[in-house]
Design a protein around this ligand. Structure first.
Ligand SMILES: [Fe+2]
Length: 162
């Protein structure tokens, strides 16, 4: 990283492979890859990639985030959210601004789902909330997708064997 700009943030260029996919993020059914923005902005903003690691079961549950700013840009596949009482299909190419405090529930996603999430601050909070409405049951993944997810999890847990 090079010298800081007027506001103290740093130049950063994180390449594919520079940061690993991690399984110890907020949700155990997703993998997370940090893109270096939290370090470069000293925690003002986090940008990370999120992808499916296990088939949908319980989903995220109803929650809200304690944050100033949050967007989700779907880059592959799709995910289904409840935003308050609105069922919302978010597909590759779609961008959602999750206004601070909105109650939501990610309940279904495709095996190839991947999205970029940008949140400020980097250490944003997550708070469980009451349920404003019922949530649909997720669709089952095809057997090949379940097998591929299992192989990805095995590789994640035992990288030397991969
Ligand atoms: Fe969320």
């Amino acid at each position: 990283m090079t010298a800081s700009s007027e506001n103290g943030t740093l130049f950063s260029h994180v390449k594919e492979g520079d940061t690993p996919w991690r399984s110890d993020g907020l949700r155990d059914f997703f993998l997370y890859r940090d893109l270096g923005v939290a370090d470069a902005t000293h925690g003002r903003v986090i940008a990370h990639l999120v992808k499916a690691n296990k088939p949908p079961e319980e989903g995220t549950g109803w929650h809200r985030h304690v944050a100033d700013f949050q967007i989700v840009l779907m880059t592959k596949g799709w995910a289904k959210f409840m935003y308050e009482d609105q069922e919302t299909l978010v597909k590759a190419g779609d961008c959602v601004h999750q206004r601070p405090g909105i109650r939501h529930y990610l309940f279904d996603y495709s095996p190839d789902m991947e999205y970029l999430e940008i949140v400020s601050p980097a250490m944003f909070g997550t708070v469980d909330t009451d349920a404003p409405c019922e949530v649909p049951t997720p669709a089952a993944w095809p057997p090949q997708a379940i097998a591929a997810a299992q192989a990805q999890q095995d590789a994640q847990e035992n990288p030397q064997a991969a």
